[in-house]
Structure formats: structure tokens, C-alpha cells
Design a binder for this molecule. Structure first.
Ligand code: PGA
Length: 254
């Protein structure tokens, strides 16, 4: 069955620096969610804060991680395994974020991570997106390659458990040149479905959730969902501001 709830994912990146602030945001969002329907809210805090929702007894926000390493345990300084994440009831894991790709993650690494997450019965939030949009459409083959290489070995039955996040690199963060237009999102959403349909089949393509990320705010959130048909949103900066994030959740619930 298709999941009809909209997915709103907070990617906190390397913020905030104090536990006090983390608890403040969690409490603020959690109490707001008591009156919200039709939205599944996920917060992906930095690793050291993964224990906080349990500590605060928060059960209406799902826990996501910003990354994972594909080995179970061993001599991998600085890495965190999926088995470790499981202790914190992590249900979603962001993979392939452009900021991780910049730090060295290849499509092959992302493929390993996706396989690990699926094996652990969690949901990869698989980020894809071009660095620039050229007029000849080369960005489409770039996206296609990201998808094909990262899905190697993923079985047809597992595809519906992956959330695809279209995050054009030029639209992400404080240095974004602009936000994607709804038309650009729709084009990419159809393109992603076409690739999945070619790799698997049309039924599988129809079942995947595709969300948008990149400078999502209170002004544009609604149009990506209502006009763009997005299954949800991946929110960076504005997920750290309680007032703004609440409004984005509210818009997604409508
Ligand atoms: P932004 O980040 O909303 O701050 O642009 C989005 C993301 O990188 O996931």
C-alpha cells in the first residue's frame, strides 16, 4: 500500500552545538505534532544527539541518521555502523547527501550504504542531484548514473523502502543560487520514476516516494507538495528554527 502521509525530514547537519538547544527544538516540535495529522516527521541530528528523543520520551518524531558506514564493526576510526544506530531506534538514514559526496562519498560507497540500511530494515533517504543544470540536459545523465550505480544489487521488492530525495546541489544551503522551480522538480520526479521503471517495472516506480530538498522554506514548501506532487520535503536550515519548521510541517499536512 502506498504511504499517503507526507514525509518531512529535518537534516540538522552539524548543528546545534548545545544539548540544551537540541532538547528545546525536540520538545517544541513534539508538542506541536500532537495536533498534526498526515505527516511523518523525522529528525536527523548529529550522532551524539541520537539518544535524546528516547531520553525525552518523544514518540511522535522518528529518528534518522545523517550517514552510516557499511561495515559492522572494526578498525574504522570515526565511522558509525548500522548496528550502533539501531540502539537508538534509527528508522531513516540519509545517504548520498551532496555534502558527504563532497567529502568523498562515491556512488559505490552510497550503494554499499544503501544495501546495509535495507538489510537492517531501515529506510535510506537517498539524495541525488546535479551540480548544475545545463541547457543540453547533461544533468539528466548525471542523475541517471547516480541512481543506477547506487541501486546495484537492490532487489525489486526493496525499492519501495527507499525514499528518493531530489536535492539539486545549486539549491542547497546558504550559498544556494536559487530554489528549484516546481516545474524542475516535476521533471526530475518523472525522470526518476522512468529510470526505476526501466530498471525494475512501472509498478515499482509508482510505489517509490520522491521528496524535494534544497532551501525549503515556508514560502515554497506548499507548492512542491501540492503542485509538484512531492511525497515530502528534506529541510536543512529551516528545520533548526522551531517556528519555521512547525509551519513547514503544517503546510505539508494540508
Ligand atoms: P537547506 O539544506 O534546506 O539548508 O538548503 C537542505 C539539505 O542540504 O538537505
Amino acid at each position: 500500500m502506498l504511504n499517503v502521509n507526507k514525509l518531512v525530514v529535518a537534516n540538522w547537519k552539524m548543528n546545534p552545538s548545545s544539548i540544551k538547544e537540541v532538547e528545546f527544538i525536540y520538545k517544541g516540535i513534539s508538542s506541536y505534532l500532537k495536533k498534526i495529522k498526515n505527516v511523518e516527521t523525522v529528525i536527523c541530528p548529529p550522532f551524539p544527539y541520537l539518544y535524546i528523543p528516547k531520553k525525552l520520551k518523544i514518540n511522535n518524531i522518528k529518528t534518522g541518521s545523517q550517514d552510516v558506514f557499511n561495515e559492522k564493526e572494526g578498525p574504522y576510526t570515526g565511522e558509525v555502523s548500522f548496528l550502533m544506530l539501531k540502539n537508538f531506534d534509527v528508522k531513516y538514514v540519509i545517504v548520498g547527501h551532496s555534502e558527504r559526496r563532497t567529502l568523498g562519498d562515491t556512488n559505490q560507497d552510497i550503494n554499499n550504504k544503501i544495501l546495509t540500511i535495507l538489510k537492517g530494515k531501515a529506510t535510506p533517504i537517498f539524495c541525488i542531484g546535479e551540480k548544475e543544470r545545463d541547457h543540453n540536459g547533461f544533468y539528466l545523465s548525471y542523475i541517471k548514473q547516480q541512481i543506477i550505480e547506487a541501486l546495484a544489487g537492490v532487489m525489486k521488492s526493496q525499492i519501495k523502502n527507499i525514499v528518493f530525495a531530489y536535492e539539486p546541489v545549486w539549491a542547497i544551503g546558504a550559498n544556494a543560487t536559487r530554489v528549484a522551480t516546481v516545474a524542475e522538480f516535476i521533471e526530475t520526479r518523472i525522470f526518476i520514476k522512468k529510470i526505476i521503471s526501466d530498471l525494475y517495472d512501472i509498478k515499482t516506480a509508482n510505489a517509490v516516494r520522491i521528496i524535494y530538498g534544497g532551501s525549503v522554506n515556508q514560502t515554497n514548501a506548499k507548492s512542491f507538495i501540492e503542485e509538484g506532487g512531492a511525497d515530502g520535503l528534506l529541510v536543512g536550515r529551516d528545520s533548526l528554527n522551531i517556528k519555521k519548521f512547525k509551519e513547514i510541517i503544517n503546510l505539508a499536512s494540508k
